[in-house]
Design a protein around this ligand. Structure first.
Ligand SMILES: NC(=O)N[C@@H](CC(=O)O)C(=O)O
Ligand SMILES: [Zn+2]
Ligand SMILES: [Zn+2]
Length: 420
């Protein structure tokens, strides 16, 4: 039976009926179609996250592929790319296929596997890049995220290795000498006052500078994870002007939250890279608007309370992101007029699907295309309650904040995966 989403508004502002049958958009509803009144709702292509931490295998107490998929569907996502820093690390074809299978079994979003660049994320030997690519998991994106791949020769080899199959190397840009284990606060006046180890901008921007030059030298493709600094943005702008094949991502939390959150030493706000001062927030917003930064990636990083309940320097870094990502992009980019709905669809669906080489995601809402979409009510707001999350973890940095509350329903190939 067909479903008709009656009188829905598309990202470009036009109103239409969207008819779904057998997982795709069709132009004829037939006789006994189910009609859903979508008056006042906006349809966006299903959101795609290029940077999600599911904690399975290894830390199923903090997130599983299923609970992470549920959180994603509630956030309006139809695909998430699962980072490799699980226990064990996703560094072989067999491990990649296992995660893919867990994703298929959960069945709520497409779980796209990111493979490790180096074995065990140790930064010494390349992982099975080719075998992961030719496996059933079809891995095209590789990252040691959580760690920076420091060795320039290994970075060069990784870029060369993935080039023939159109793969991409996603770097966590953090020079481990400039920003070592004790670095947990943006280096500046506040880090001194709070007595927290400084994490300077140059620890990010210098690695980005090196990597874009390696991407140019190899003619291969680089993706920069969670860009957080004005200096990092400047380097990427330079690289793009030069024609280097680089894409970049910004997280919702780096768009909204500043270093000031750290004054209470609440470890919920400990994250890598750290929250930055206002001038950097302005720089990443501007870069997302002008496409220097291509995509929003959540860096959804669930952690157990006992791993956050430590002195600030010792707590695990990372915060949740899937469920409030669209809300934060509305708050920081749409409502201030920096992006329109087409721009939101681009940065959160079309562009991320291209970065991750996903053929069936990030497609236009048009006849013949897979029916992956999220229905959005642009008028609703709510106070975020971390206890209401579908995630198994509670490290939600938006707890207690009033934000847009847009997601009404999510559809994966025509099947409803979430409804308010
Ligand atoms: N962002 C974080 O602070 N933490 C991430 C790792 C990462 O993205 O670097 C995690 O896996 O917890
Ligand atoms: Zn990272
Ligand atoms: Zn991450």
């Amino acid at each position: 039976m067909a479903t008709v989403l009656r009188s829905v508004t598309l990202p470009d502002g036009t109103r239409t009926d969207l008819t779904i049958s057998e997982g795709v958009f069709v132009d004829d509803a037939g006789a006994d179609a189910q009609v859903v009144d979508c008056d006042g709702l906006i349809a966006l292509p299903g959101l795609v996250d290029v940077h999600t931490h599911l904690r399975e295998p290894g830390r199923e107490d903090t997130e599983t592929v299923l609970t992470g998929s549920q959180a994603a569907a509630r956030g309006g996502f139809t695909a998430v790319c699962a980072m490799a820093n699980t226990t064990p690390v996703t560094d072989t074809a067999e491990k990649a296929e296992h995660i893919r299978d867990l994703g298929l079994r959960a069945g709520l979003v497409d779980v796209v596997v990111i493979g490790a660049i180096s074995k065990g994320l140790a930064g010494e030997q390349l992982a099975e890049l080719g075998l992961m690519n030719s496996s059933e998991a079809r891995v095209t994106m590789f990252s040691d995220d959580g760690h920076c791949l420091m060795d320039p020769q290994l970075m060069r080899r990784a870029l060369e290795w993935v080039k023939p199959f159109g793969g991409v190397i996603a770097q966590h840009a953090q020079d481990s000498s400039l920003a070592g284990p004790g670095a947990c606060c943006h280096e500046g006046e506040l880090s001194g006052r709070l007595g927290l180890g400084g994490w300077p901008s140059v620890a990010e921007s210098s690695i980005i500078a090196r990597d874009v030059q390696l991407a140019e030298a190899t003619g291969s493709r680089l993706h920069v994870c969670h860009v957080s600094t004005a200096e990092g943005v400047d380097v990427i702008r330079w690289a793009k002007a030069r024609g280097i094949n680089v894409t970049a991502e910004v997280t919702p939390h780096h768009l909204l939250l500043s270093t000031q959150e750290l004054v209470g030493y609440d470890t919920t706000f400990k994250v890598n890279p750290p929250l930055r001062p206002d001038e950097h927030i302005e720089a990443v917003r501007e870069a997302l608007a002008d496409k220097t930064i291509d995509v929003v990636g959540t860096d959804h990083a669930p952690h157990a309370t006992q791993d956050k309940d430590h002195a600030f320097v010792d707590a695990r870094p990372g915060m949740l992101g899937l469920e409030q990502a669209l809300a934060v992009v509305m708050e920081t980019m749409l409502n201030p007029g920096r992006l329109d709905w087409s721009g939101v669809a681009d940065r959160m669906s079309h562009a991320p699907a291209r970065v991750a080489s996903l053929a069936g995601q990030g497609r236009p809402l048009a006849v013949g295309e897979p029916a992956n979409l999220v229905l959005v009510d642009p008028t609703r707001t709510a106070t975020v309650d971390r206890a209401a999350s579908a995630s198994l973890s509670r490290n939600n940095p938006y707890h207690g904040r009033t934000l847009p509350d847009p997601v009404e329903a999510t559809y994966l190939r025509g099947r409803e995966t979430y409804r308010r």
